[in-house]
Ligand binder design. Structure first.
Ligand code: AKB
Length: 320
């Protein structure tokens, strides 16, 4: 990876992946691209930032040629709940965007990282110990795009030799940038509310177990997979990876260890609850562990402690 492009750079993953890549490969080597004209200050100050609409293939090609890009981390996408609200837009951004990135990569010999998701599974997938290779019949637009994206990436690898790789991310928890429009967003929002108001109204019901991961692990996974010697990979798109599995009440209990008077109540959102009920509780990520050495560093307790520490600093500096 010499010249890297990150699409969706202003989003939840991008805003942390870009600094990690810049630290590893040099600021000048990593181009951050997003649809916002005004990105977070850090992104534009530490290197090049460009606005990019991934539905416009010519714009992607122009950036790839201008900066002699050889690797694209393609993160631009609508999340699950947003995609249910706006399915036509989701198809356009999530699928046309990916197709455009793959076509540009085919012509310009770029490697591609594509983040799939637990959303690529559906109601008939085994929910416990979800296998790497199993039934994938999602019933959401987000899931349809993710499973199609996995297949399209595989196709570009086998048919055209494009070096496509990807993971199935679980819900991601982070303190830098809020996710927007996901089903697992409760696991981020809860921390903001716990620290500011000591209470949270959860939109998923008790007992809803989902796979989750802290952002430093998610960022490390993307970089580690892209750096792995290709000869080690049997799967490419997309590896199950997980770090923890919990239900909302268990996350609340974990927060209460640090904020004892934190209180959680529930007002279930039927749309997001139905999405969550169609997703795995806990994926089997042995293929990732065996093929490229995946191993998470954070569990529920260490993630909770770090989130509270970091968000408290943010609150005290007036940025929360
Ligand atoms: C969402 O909730 O939509 C995402 C995901 C699990 O892919 N966080």
């Amino acid at each position: 990876m010499k010249h890297i492009l990150v699409t969706g750079a202003t989003g939840q993953i991008g805003s942390e992946l870009v600094p990690a890549l810049r630290e590893r490969y040099g600021c000048a080597q990593v181009i951050a691209a997003g649809h916002k004209t005004k990105p977070q200050p850090g992104l534009a100050e530490s290197g090049t930032y460009t606005t990019l609409d991934v539905t416009q293939i010519e714009s992607i090609e122009a950036v790839v040629k201008q900066y002699q890009i050889d690797t694209i981390f393609h993160l631009a996408a609508l999340l699950s709940a947003k995609a249910e609200e706006k399915p036509q837009l989701a198809w356009k951004v999530n699928m046309t965007g990916l197709y455009n990135v793959l076509e540009v990569s085919r012509k310009n010999e770029c490697a591609v990282f594509f983040p799939s998701s637990i959303g690529a599974f559906g109601p008939d997938t085994p929910r416990d110990n979800t296998p790497q290779d199993t039934l994938q019949h999602p019933n959401t637009m987000y899931g349809v795009c993710k499973v199609s994206g996995e297949l399209l990436c595989n196709y570009y690898y086998t048919r055209f030799g494009v070096d496509t790789r990807g993971v199935r991310y679980p819900g991601l928890i982070s303190y830098d940038t809020l996710p927007g429009g996901g089903t697992t967003d409760y696991a981020v929002e809860i921390f903001y509310r716990a620290i500011k108001e000591k209470k949270y109204n959860c939109f998923l019901k008790q007992g809803t177990y989902l796979d989750m991961m802290y952002m430093p692990d998610a960022v490390r996974a993307a970089i580690q997979l892209m750096e792995t010697d290709a000869s080690r990979l049997k799967h490419r798109n997309a590896f199950n990876i997980t770090a923890m599995s919990f239900a909302p009440e268990e996350l609340a209990a974990s927060i209460q260890k640090f904020i004892p008077d934190f209180f959680m109540q529930y007002t279930v959102d039927p749309v997001r609850q139905a999405i969550a009920d169609s997703w795995p509780c806990h994926m089997d990520d042995r293929a990732a562990r065996e093929e490229w050495g995946w191993e998470p560093r954070y569990n529920l307790e260490s993630m909770t402690q770090d989130m509270i520490d970091r968000l408290t600093v943010k609150l005290n500096s007036g940025r929360l």
